[in-house]
Design a protein around this ligand. Structure first.
Ligand code: FES
Length: 164
């Protein structure tokens, strides 16, 4: 039986050709996507991992500026902690909900004004909740010009110390 244009075989051939073209395009598209993805992964290996301080690293000041036990770095939400072993950098961001904590010298500890968490200034450990995680320690180094460089993107263990 013939169709409206009178050529059933032509319509079948046309339909088969469209399906074939579609499958060809789908196949080549998949292969192309695979190789583009593979190329992207390989390009990532050509880019070196970060070496040196991150873009969030900041200069805290000169070494001699930190003679006190704990010094708050204004605008950086961090403390420089000094003891007999050397210098360390401690986050001033409460691990509960992110308020800025305060060093309270009279109590010899760090306290959060928001919900009352208390931290030890020597270890960053939680002395009282609701915070459950200790304050973070940041890597601190001395630059060639004698300035301290603190890197919040480079957390270190609480035992890390920069000998001075
Ligand atoms: S934000 Fe510090 S105790 Fe809640």
């Amino acid at each position: 039986m013939s169709t409206s244009n009178g050529c059933t075989e032509c319509n079948k051939a046309k339909s088969g050709l469209n399906r074939r073209n579609f499958l060809n395009m789908l196949g080549w598209g998949s292969i192309s996507a695979f190789f583009v993805g593979l190329g992207g992964v390989n390009l990532r290996f050509l880019i070196p991992n970060r070496v040196g301080p991150s873009k969030n690293a900041f200069v805290a000041g000169r070494l001699e500026d930190f003679s006190q036990k704990v010094t708050y770095i204004t605008g950086r939400r961090a403390f420089i902690v000094r003891d007999d072993n050397g210098i360390r950098a401690l986050s001033a961001v409460c691990t509960h909900l992110g308020c800025t904590v305060n060093w309270i010298p009279e109590n010899d500890r760090i306290e959060c004004p928001c919900h009352g968490s208390i931290f030890d200034e020597e270890t960053g450990a939680v002395l009282r909740g609701p915070a459950t995680r200790p304050l973070e320690w940041y890597k601190v180094t001395v630059m060639n010009n004698g300035q301290l460089l603190v890197d919040p993107d480079d957390p270190v263990d609480s035992s890390y110390v920069l000998p001075v």
